[in-house]
Design a protein around this ligand. Structure first.
Ligand code: NAP
Length: 320
């Protein structure tokens, strides 16, 4: 790690987007460093099985993460395992402050810090994650073909994912803590029309139970009557909100009302040379393949940006 030189590109976040950016940046001969605070892979590393990454029929999330990591390292990508505290935009270069006080300088910065699903924080949720507890129907729904699943939440995500799961599962129970959905009217109408979806109103999850095969039931409490019920299920899909990890996004960068960063089609923000990829970026869907695609786009755009910056710098030197 060099704190004296200016990197061509600093990538923050070692998920599929960050590694994809690293691969493309190294192939474009950019002097690049990738900073990751935890294990390589991000949310991908926490997925049990991945079955929708094109070209790989089925692979464990941790294994796919290692493959992304190894692929990037094979090009000589420099990795620093550290927590970034601040990204400070500048005119000559951007500065990335690490938790040990060191500061890295880069002409371009790609932020790929992802996002986090809100948690219920009930017994069984963390313990059985990947064994029946999921935060992504598109990723995991396939494992519940002709099975019974419970969806928690009443917003657009819970509604959309319930409709998706209804195409695969035998039965979908949608559990909501009130007696009216927050989801948009059109989704409410579709939920009502889908005979495989049964609503359980005014109820909150209390605990998720499992046996050797994985999740077996969920304990629910009716908030109006106080009564508890143990509902048999093979899976529990939790959609009680999702937040982008936008804490490092410098002030002045445009974000939408939900905290996702707005970029152009090059994944560039309104601050030149700062790019945002993956789940942190405003977009239609959140998938590994989309994050990887963003990483590619941003790295190619950054390569072009850095080349122009250096050309402009050498022109101005010659004029002096
Ligand atoms: P959301 O709109 O915040 O909905 C979260 C749902 O979870 C709400 O129904 C909420 O109940 C419930 N909830 C929250 N905490 C809970 C808890 N501890 N226990 C039980 N239930 C809990 O989140 P979202 O559905 O992920 O959507 C986020 C944003 O993305 C929204 O603006 C949404 O419109 C947008 N979005 C749009 C689309 C689309 O347009 N196609 C698709 C997905 C998401 P209450 O209703 O009682 O608060």
């Amino acid at each position: 790690m060099s704190t004296s030189e200016i990197y061509d590109l600093i990538i923050v976040g070692g998920g599929p987007g960050g590694f994809s950016a690293g691969i493309y940046a190294m192939r474009a001969a950019l002097k690049t460093v990738l900073i990751e605070k935890g294990a390589p892979g991000g949310q991908m590393a926490m997925s049990g099985e991945v079955e929708n990454y094109p070209g790989i029929e089925r692979i464990g999330g941790p294994d796919l993460s290692m493959q992304f990591h190894q692929h990037a390292l094979s090009y000589g990508l420099e990795m620093v395992f550290s927590e970034v505290k601040e990204v400070e935009p500048g005119l000559a270069y951007h500065s990335v402050h690490l938790d040990d006080g060191s500061v890295l300088k880069g002409y371009a910065v790609i932020l790929g810090t992802g996002g986090s699903s809100h948690k219920l924080n009930i017994p069984g949720e963390a313990e059985y994650y990947g064994q029946g507890v999921s935060y992504c129907a598109v990723c995991d729904g396939f494992f519940f073909r002709n099975k019974t699943v419970v969806v928690i939440g009443g917003g657009d995500s819970a509604a959309e994912e319930s409709l998706y799961l209804a195409k695969l599962a035998k039965q979908v129970y949608m559990v909501h803590r009130r007696d009216a959905l927050r989801a948009s009217k059109i989704l409410q109408q579709r939920i009502k029309a889908e005979c495989k979806i049964e609503m359980i109103w005014d109820s909150v999850p209390v605990a998720i139970n499992a046996n050797e095969q994985g999740v077996s039931s969920i304990e629910l409490k009716n908030v109006k009557t106080g009564q508890h019920q143990d509902l048999q299920t093979d899976g529990v899909f939790i959609f009680v909100g999702f937040s982008p990890n936008n804490q490092l996004v410098p002030s002045g960068i445009h974000m939408n009302a939900n905290g996702y960063v707005v970029t152009d089609d090059k994944c560039e923000t309104n601050i030149p040379g700062i790019y945002v990829i993956g789940d942190l970026r405003q977009k239609y869907a959140r998938q590994i393949v989309i994050a990887a695609s963003d990483g590619c786009t941003a790295a190619l755009a950054a390569a072009h940006y850095v080349e122009n910056r250096k050309a402009a710098e050498s022109d101005s030197c010659q004029l002096v």
